[in-house]
Design a protein around this ligand. Structure first.
Ligand code: ZN
Length: 210
């Protein structure tokens, strides 16, 4: 059955300004199994988002924003493997984060067992410790782990920003329905990665000569 539906309009903001001291970049599940040829659950377009996410990482690191990675992690008898093909087995090549986006020392990598990066992890603990109020969420899969992490963040009253060119989905319907839900239901902000602007910190402003 092929049914054509119209996506209700949602706003894509041209420019979004964030305070780097209160913002974290969350890189969701950019692991070989989802991204690289030879992976067990490859998401079309995920590999194309690598350069975009590299630019987001550069923006975050240069501005002193916190960076957190989620790492989908499964083992034998995991019930998720009844829903999906076996993927991201702990310790395997497919489980590793793609080398182009390798975490740096000091950046938090959270192993997660379900779609939601808050579920069973210390993500909320770290964000509150750091005084983070806004999350820029990128990675894959847009309608699954990115989506449920965005939902979970919004339920905890974090501001959610999705740069849509830094996410990837299994198909266009899933991508659009996820972005529409984030914009409408979670009151999140959809933008393009190029529209993200970092506010200058007060201490970084030039001294005014007297
Ligand atoms: Zn999984």
């Amino acid at each position: 059955m092929a049914t054509t539906v119209d996506v209700p309009p949602y706003e894509v903001r041209e420019e979004v300004r964030v305070d780097p001291g209160k913002t974290a970049l969350i890189v969701v599940d950019m692991q070989n199994d989802f991204v690289k040829s030879g992976g067990t659950l490859v998401v079309p377009d995920a590999e194309n988002t690598i350069p975009v996410i590299q630019r987001l990482l550069r923006l975050a690191r240069e501005s002193g924003m916190r960076v957190v990675y989620s790492q989908d992690t499964h083992n034998d008898d995991d019930p998720e493997w009844k829903i999906w093909p076996e993927h991201t087995r702990e310790g395997s090549w497919g489980w590793q984060i793609v080398e182009e986006l390798a975490p740096r020392p000091g950046e938090v990598v959270l192993r997660k067992v379900r779609y939601d990066a808050f579920y069973g992890t210390h993500l909320d603990h770290f964000l509150r410790l750091w005084g983070v109020e806004t999350l820029i969420i990128c990675g894959t899969v847009a309608s699954i782990c990115v989506h449920y992490t965005a939902a979970s963040a919004a339920l905890r009253w974090y501001n959610v920003i999705i740069p849509r060119d830094a996410t990837s989905a299994l198909n266009q319907f899933d991508l659009e329905s996820s972005l529409r839900q984030t914009a409408f239901l979670f009151a999140g902000t959809i933008t393009e990665s190029g529209g993200l602007q970092v506010e200058a910190r007060l201490e970084a402003l030039p001294q005014v000569a007297s």
